[in-house]
Design a protein around this ligand. Structure first.
Ligand code: SF4
Length: 446
C-alpha cells in the first residue's frame, strides 16, 4: 500500500515538538520580553529536533513492504492511507487537514496516531476514519493497517527490543543541531531507551498515562546497537534520550555507560532524569561514556508546593550537590522548573526563580503547570469547571500558558512572572561569568 505520513502544524513563533509532554506536544513560548524572544529564537533555530513517533511508524511500515512518503503540511494525493500524528498544540490544524483530505480524496483512508489520542479520540474520529489509541507500533505489528477502523486500541509494546530502529530518511537538515554556545554543528536524533514512568506526579503529568505507570526497558545491547546504527547510517553524533527518567534504574544506567565505553562508537548524548536517581559513580560514568548534558526535573523551589502536588524531587541539598558534581565532570545541566502549580502564589513562584538563580545551571526552563486531558488533575478541575473555567481552546495548551482560573494567580500575573523568570535567570553577570566567559574569569561565580 502507499501510505503518507502527514505532519500537520500551525504556524508558530517558537519551537514546537509533538513528541514532548507525553505526546500532547509543547510550543516554546518563553514570553514577550527581549530576553525571552532571544532565547526562543535560539531554541527554534539551534535546538530543534525531529519527532521520533513518525520515524518508528515509517520504519515498521517500510519493513512490511509498504511504500511510505512523508510531508510537513503537504499531501500525497496518490496515497491509499494518510496518517497524521495527533497532538494538543496543533490539534485544530491536524483536524483541518484530515477534514480537507476526506473531502478532496473520498477514497483515501485518513487516520490519527499518538500516545495522546485517547482523550481526544471522539474529536478526531469526527474527521478521520480511524484513531490509534496507545502505541501505534503495537497495532502495526499485530494487525493489518488496511483493517484499521474507528477506535483502534493498540495497547503498549511490551518487548521494546522487538521494534525495528526508527527510520530518519525523511528529516533532512532538521537533524542538524548546534548546542547553545557551541561552535560544532551536531547531527542529533532522539531515542527512547525506556518508556513509562511510575512516579507519583502522575496526578498532573501526562507520561504515566500515555506510556504506562511501569517502566519498560530495552536491553542495553539493543540501545547501543541503535546508537551504532545512527552513527553509521545517518552520521549522527549526538543522541537525545527522551526517556521520562533515564537513570530510574541506576544500576542499569551504569551498565549502559560501561557498555558504551566498551563499544567506542564516539557518540555523545543527553539525558533527562531526577537528581534523586544519581550518585557520584553514575555521574563519573555518564561523563566518561559521552553524556554531555543532563536535564533535571527540579520543578519548584518550595517544598510545600511540591508536596501538595504529589511531586517528590528529593532534598534541595542533594539537588545542589548532584548539579555541582555534574558540572565538575563537564556535564552541562539544564534545570526544568514549573511555575504556577495549583498551590503556588506570587511569593512561592519567586522562591522558585530565586532557587534557579542559586543553582545557576547552564540552562533553565520555566514552564507553566498545565492540567492536561487524561490526567486526574484535569478531571478534578473539570468537575468544578464553573469555578476553574478550563480553556476550551486547544491552542492554549502549550505548557507555557495558564489555561484555567488559578486560585491565586491571574493569567497576566503568570505571564509577567514567566517573563521575569527568564530575564532574571539569564540576564545576570554571574550567569555569563560561569557559563560564557573564558575560564580565567570564572572563579567565584555561583
Ligand atoms: S517523574 Fe513525574 S513529571 Fe517526570 S515523567 Fe514521571 S510522572 Fe512525569
Amino acid at each position: 500500500m502507499r501510505i503518507h505520513i502527514l505532519q500537520a502544524t500551525r504556524k508558530v513563533a517558537g519551537r514546537s515538538n509533538k513528541d514532548t509532554n507525553g505526546s500532547y506536544g509543547t510550543l516554546n513560548d518563553f514570553g514577550s520580553s527581549f530576553t525571552s524572544r532571544i532565547l526562543m529564537a535560539i531554541k527554534s533555530r539551534k535546538m530543534n529536533f525531529p519527532e521520533l513517533a513518525p520515524a518508528y511508524v515509517i520504519a515498521i511500515l517500510k519493513s512490511q513492504g509498504h511504500e511510505v512518503t512523508y510531508g510537513e503540511n503537504s499531501v500525497n494525493p496518490d496515497a491509499d492511507i494518510t496518517l497524521l500524528q495527533s497532538s494538543l498544540v496543533h490539534l485544530k490544524e491536524e483536524c483541518r487537514w484530515a477534514a480537507e483530505l476526506k473531502s478532496l480524496y473520498p477514497m483515501m483512508r485518513v487516520g490519527f496516531f499518538s500516545g495522546a489520542s485517547d482523550p481526544l479520540s471522539d474529536e478526531l474520529l469526527r474527521v478521520a476514519d480511524f484513531v490509534v489509541v496507545g502505541e501505534i507500533e503495537n497495532a502495526l505489528m499485530s494487525q493489518d493497517i488496511a483493517d484499521f477502523d474507528g477506535k483502534v486500541v493498540a495497547g503498549w509494546v511490551n518487548d521494546l527490543d522487538s521494534l525495528v530502529f526508527p527510520d530518519w530518511g525523511h528529516v533532512g537538515n532538521r537533524i542538524s543541531y548546534r548546542l547553545m554556545g557551541g561552535s560544532r554543528e551536531k547531527r542529533m536524533a532522539p531515542m527512547l531507551a525506556s518508556r513509562g514512568c511510575p512516579m507519583s506526579c502522575r496526578h498532573y503529568c501526562t507520561y504515566p498515562w500515555t506510556q504506562g505507570k511501569q517502566q519498560r526497558k530495552r536491553s542495553i545491547s539493543n540501545i547501543v546497537a541503535e546508537m551504532c546504527h545512527l552513527k553509521e547510517r545517518y552520521e549522527i553524533n549526538l543522541v537525545l534520550f527522551r526517556d521520562p527518567i533515564f537513570t530510574l534504574d541506576m544500576e542499569r544506567a551504569k551498565a549502559f555507560c560501561r557498555e558504551l565505553i566498551k563499544a567506542k562508537i564516539d557518540i555523545q548524548y543527553i539525558i533527562e532524569t531526577h537528581t534523586r536517581f544519581m550518585d557520584d559513580e553514575l555521574i563519573a560514568l555518564l561523563s566518561r561514556s559521552g553524556c554531555i548534558a543532563v536535564q533535571f526535573g527540579i520543578e519548584s523551589g518550595n517544598a510545600d508546593v511540591m508536596e501538595k502536588s504529589s511531586r517528590k524531587s528529593g532534598s534541595f541539598a542533594k539537588q545542589e550537590r548532584v548539579i555541582e558534581q555534574c558540572e565538575n565532570h563537564g556535564i552541562r545541566v539544564l534545570a526544568l522548573f514549573m511555575l504556577a502549580y495549583f498551590d503556588d502564589n506570587e511569593e512561592t513562584v519567586n522562591q522558585t526563580i530565586d532557587y534557579a538563580i542559586k543553582l545557576n545551571p547552564y540552562g533553565a526552563q520555566f514552564t507553566v503547570a498545565t492540567p492536561y486531558p487524561g490526567t486526574p488533575w484535569y478531571d478534578e478541575l473539570k468537575h468544578d469547571n464553573q469555578r476553574f473555567q478550563l480553556s476550551e481552546n486547544h491552542d492554549d495548551y502549550t505548557q507555557y500558558k495558564l489555561v484555567y482560573q488559578h486560585p491565586s494567580l491571574s493569567s497576566e500575573k503568570v505571564e509577567t512572572l514567566k517573563n521575569q523568570a527568564y530575564k532574571r535567570f539569564y540576564y545576570r553577570l554571574s550567569y555569563f561569568q560561569k557559563h560564557h566567559s573564558p575560564a580565567i574569569l570564572r572563579s567565584g561565580t555561583g
